[in-house]
Design a protein around this ligand. Structure first.
Ligand code: ADP
Length: 222
């Protein structure tokens, strides 16, 4: 479904990605682990079309997104890709329902359709009684679940998560980890997750180890 081929990326003299190739299948949970500075976030951003590589190709269902102009790429990203970040990045002035519906409204869905989808997902994620709460009125775990609903609202081909449990306590970490596994099982959702959390890596179908801008096997000693 997703093919990343021979990606190179440098910032100035620093080579951050050095010939990285990776393929992700539908309904797969792939985690990317490795030391800080290994290039994991950069790879996620390039795979998620938020950044462009210096060379190499990112191919979704046979379509090379490198050939898309920025506007077309934004539309593609909005509809086909979901993101979950370490810090929820919800908009503070909006309710859980409004935050979760936002990508669907941006995609041009009617308010009715967008809010219905967001409500269904928030219910599925156990937030049916938090629809009209603002982020400041929710716990860390509830905020992150709202962010997950927002990532899923357009039924994306793939969800990229960058340290999704990094800012949570152990109870909420467990809950988010279980949710990711459950969403794959129930919705067939594909996930690519950058994580330092060994319990998140434990739910993966495949663990990809990175060091110094390359994919390495076997895992480096930590
Ligand atoms: P990881 O996620 O594995 O910790 P990153 O992909 O965030 O690694 O970063 C890899 C390297 O690239 C780091 O040395 C980081 O400082 C550098 N880097 C990342 N983004 C930028 C940027 N926008 N400008 C300059 N250097 C960057």
């Amino acid at each position: 479904m997703l093919e990343i081929r021979n990606i190179f990326k440098s910032y100035g003299n620093l080579r951050v990605l050095d010939d990285v190739s990776l393929s992700v299948s539908e309904k797969e949970i792939v985690t990317i682990v490795g030391p800080s500075g290994a290039g994991k976030t950069t790879l996620l951003q390039i795979a998620g079309t938020l950044d462009r590589p210096d060379s190499g190709r990112v191919i979704y269902d046979g379509v090379d997104v490198g050939g898309m102009k920025d506007r077309r790429l934004s539309e593609f990203r909005n509809r086909q890709i979901g993101f979950i970040f370490q810090f929820h990045q919800l908009m503070p002035e909006f309710t859980a329902l409004e935050n979760a519906a936002m990508p669907a409204l941006i995609a041009g869905d009617s308010r009715k359709a967008a809010f219905a989808k967001a409500e269904e997902l928030l219910g599925l994620l156990g937030l049916g009684d938090r629809l009209r709460h603002k982020p400041s009125e929710m716990s860390g775990g509830e905020r992150q679940r709202t962010a997950i609903a927002r990532a899923l609202v357009n039924s994306p081909r793939v969800v990229f998560a960058d340290e999704p449990t990094g800012s949570l306590d152990s109870r909420n970490r467990d809950e988010i980890r279980r949710l990711i596994a459950d969403l794959r099982d129930r919705l067939g959702q594909t996930f690519v997750v950058v994580t330092h959390d060994p319990t998140v890596a434990a739910i993966a179908d495949r663990v990809v180890n990175m060091a110094d801008g390359r994919i390495v096997t076997p895992p480096p000693a930590c």
